[in-house]
Design a protein around this ligand. Sequence first.
Ligand code: DC
Length: 223
Amino acid sequence: MISVAIDGPAGSGKSTISKIIAQKLGFVHLDTGALYRAIAYFIDKNNVDFNNENEVKKCLKFVDLKIEKSGAEQKILLGGKVLSSELRSLNITKIASRIASYRCVREYLLNFQRDFAEKQNVVMDGRDIGTVVLPNASVKIFITASPEVRAGRRLEQMSKSGEKPDYNEILDAIKKRDYEDTHRVIAPLKKADDAAVIDNSNMNLNQTVESVLSIIKERVESI
Ligand code: DC
């Protein structure tokens, strides 16, 4: 199986890019951040104290997480219910970030993600795909951009959906999340030694997609 591991910080555009790449190559895309968010959603719905790692560990037994493919898209099902926009709220973002630092959660999702990559050609995006989840991935890419550019993109996205966000607040939140993601003890956000780096601060979406595709074609002869 061919696996493309795409890692990077929040707001680098990696999920959007990964989805397009998967469509172009006929692979399946898995946004692994959505898996952490789905567990956060379960915790929230069941009033589990997300600051208590032991309580979180106990509740994982009851998490019924599945992925259903529809073309290159993936649907995340929790207890049979499809989840999408409910995973994007600020509250779920906050809980996901917290529980992503727990070993029990990372181990639970590690097997889940590896099983997925064994069954099909994948483009998987996250924070630790090239370093921990798929250390033997066929291609590893680390996509990044400056915090200011990422905050600007988020501002534009939120303004389009009618919100009136404050740039400095967004920038602070991005810097805080970068810090948490890169400083956690287990599986921190880090470039794999053999990953190609793309800094897309001065690139648009098309340019980034083209750049990712050319790296994949360079590294995987059969594509
Ligand atoms: O990419 P995202 O914002 O949807 O990710 C949600 C949270 O999950 C984020 O705080 C980082 C964490 N995460 C992780 O620790 N490892 C991954 N492979 C993907 C996401």
